[in-house]
Design a binder for this molecule. Structure first.
Ligand code: ZN
Length: 590
């Protein structure tokens, strides 16, 4: 395939552009000249009435015309930039409707990062390097080690293992679920944790069996207490982090995202960058509320203040995040309808716990729905799903249908009786396809939930058959190493590990096709961002958020979907990422 060409303003480039467009001559312009015209593409629109077009015209950041290449010349004037796609596929930009961009960007720039697959020796070497590179730091934070790390490797004392390379620094390393931590002696000392410190009610300081001293592994609530000790990033660091997250997102073809738990400093950074005209993405935000057990309704006035203070052209803080439970991994903190497999064969039956009483969740839902917020509720267990649906039902009864589509995040376990309620209540299943293939996390979940129930996880096909609304998100950097949406798209279609590390498939009966997956990642994502009329499809009047790909997703084999490379990303008609050189593409940092 020949490289596509960007032909920009000026008479000579117009001539070059015209040479490729049969019959073009500058006197034939019968429409106002567009800022940009894109021709000779295979443009997948996500518009059911016109699924494919060849060309588009863009002015003031919006599509003014879509159609056939042979008709494009009417929109080309002397100043028009013409892009010849040479037959390449283009499509609307991706919308990632559940992730943590400020967290991901600051982690990328300022933390001590290593891959999930890192060996003990690699982790030690990396920590030693980070200590050396940050002579004035008090804390070194980073990660992530995989959930099965301490089963795979024999490390007698994890704390001593880090002490050996950490000098005078306090080191905190998160695991791949972000629910557990691994720390050194200095971190325990700064946090005031000793042999005599009791475990928190919702977590554990794992101890050395011989001495009773904390061995450096912190589970759940114990890890949370440690994280609370760490100093927050400065506002300037937040801005740098967000800039980095947006840069990475644009490179993968993402032009819209929803921060699933946006703290005030993060939203302030989005707003500041937008004021400086530096935010090349549609940023929706679910305002963060406290994690863990809560007895009082939320502070609705504070939430209203944040929405009012930081909303701007590309910042939409119109959602609120609530937590109903934890995770269904070995820690067994997601609230389930039936008990987990007991940790010990003769152990008690335990089904997890709700963070909020059902009445309190309903109170919050009714009030937030009334105030115009889309509520994103973390519901990892099927009992949480039911309670959240009950709360939405209560809101619909009191407020009528507000038109707001509340979201159930990580709703992988859904009792078949509750599935039709997603349709009735127009509740959105917030899907995490990046995780639903064989992997250590899935193994941990299935062994805790038990078989065969544990394998009935993420019934996307059933949800689509019932016509339930859905969205997809990477959850980066909470549980995945990269924001790369093409991994999630492939896993949705294959239910297999796109990287091929873990063999087999996971509940393959629920696989869907690529057309369905593309719609979820574009138009359904836009709906979740509250921007369905703004972006998510290639249609006249919509924002020109368009990506050009190296291959045609409707023609490549399933295992090549994750190999998709974005060659050009337009946000509101402007280039925000461009990579026309095939050779340098693979050497770019993932
Ligand atoms: Zn999340």
């Amino acid at each position: 395939m020949r490289p596509f060409s960007l032909l920009t303003a000026g008479a000579s480039s117009l001539l070059a552009a015209c040479a490729m467009l049969a019959g073009c001559n500058s006197t034939s312009i019968s429409h106002p000249a567009a800022d940009t015209v894109i021709t000779n593409g295979r443009i997948y629109t996500i518009d059911a009435l016109q699924p494919w077009v060849e060309a588009v015209a863009i002015s003031n950041g919006r599509y003014t015309w879509v159609g056939k290449s042979e008709d494009a010349q009417q929109h080309i004037g002397v100043e028009t930039r013409v892009i010849d796609l040479a037959g390449r596929m283009a499509m609307p930009g991706i919308n990632d409707a559940h992730l943590h961009p400020a967290r991901g960007g600051t982690k990328e720039l300022f933390e001590c990062n290593f891959p999930f697959s890192a060996s003990p020796e690699q982790i030690q070497a990396r920590v030693a390097q980070c200590v050396k590179d940050n002579p004035s730091a008090v804390w070194i934070r980073g990660g992530q080690w995989d959930s099965g790390f301490f089963d795979t490797y024999q490390i007698d004392n994890p704390r001593d293992f880090l002490d050996a390379v950490s000098g005078d620094k306090a080191v905190v390393l998160n695991d791949d679920s972000n629910h557990n931590g691994w720390v050194n002696s200095k971190a325990l000392e700064l946090a005031g944790i000793t042999k005599d410190t009791p475990d928190p009610s919702d977590g554990t300081y794992v101890r050395d069996p011989a001495t009773g001293e904390p061995n450096g592994i912190l589970l759940e609530g114990a890890e949370q207490l440690m994280m609370d000790q760490l100093p927050d990033w400065s506002q300037s660091e937040y801005r740098q982090g967000v800039r980095e997250a947006v840069r990475i997102a644009n490179r993968f073809g993402i032009t819209g995202m929803k921060d699933a738990m946006a703290t005030e400093p993060a939203i302030a950074a989005y707003h500041e960058l937008d004021q400086r005209d530096e935010l090349s993405i549609h940023m929706a935000a679910a305002i963060a509320t406290p994690y863990g057990h809560r007895q009082q309704p939320l502070d609705y006035e504070r939430i209203d203040r944040i929405r009012k203070q930081y909303a701007s052209a590309h910042v939409h803080p119109n959602s609120v995040k609530l937590f109903s439970d934890g995770v269904p991994t070995a820690s067994r903190t997601a609230a389930m309808l039936k008990p987990y497999v007991p940790i010990h064969p003769d152990g008690a039956a335990f089904a997890g716990m709700l963070h909020l009483e059902p009445e309190l969740m309903a109170t919050d839902l009714i009030e937030l729905d009334k105030r115009g917020y889309t509520v994103k509720i973390h519901t990892a267990g099927d009992r949480s799903v039911r309670v959240a649906l009950d709360a939405i039902e209560a809101a619909r009864k009191v407020n009528g249908d507000s038109g707001l589509r509340h979201e159930l995040a990580h709703a992988g376990y859904i009792d078949p009786n509750d599935l039709p309620r997603f349709v009735q209540l127009q509740a959105v299943a917030d899907l995490s396809p990046y995780l639903w293939h064989p992997s250590p996390i899935i193994d941990s979940i299935v062994s805790a939930v038990g078989s065969p129930r544990g394998e009935q996880y993420w019934p996307i096909r059933d949800l689509l058959s019932a016509r339930a609304p859905v969205l997809a998100g990477s959850d980066w950097p909470a549980a995945v190493e990269t924001i790369d949406p093409w991994l999630g798209l492939e896993a949705m279609v294959s239910r297999a590990d796109p990287k091929g590390v873990h063999p087999g498939t996971f509940w393959n009966e629920q696989a869907i096709n690529i057309e369905q997956a593309l719609r979820i990642f574009t138009l359904d994502g836009a709906a979740a961002l509250g921007l369905k009329s703004v972006t998510g499809s290639v249609q006249v009047g919509k924002s020109a958020d368009l990506i050009v790909l190296n291959h045609n997703l409707l023609e490549v084999s399933v295992e090549d979907i994750s190999e998709t490379r974005v060659e050009l990303t337009l946000f509101e008609g402007e280039d925000v990422y461009e990579n026309l050189d095939t050779n340098t593409a693979s050497s770019q940092k993932p």
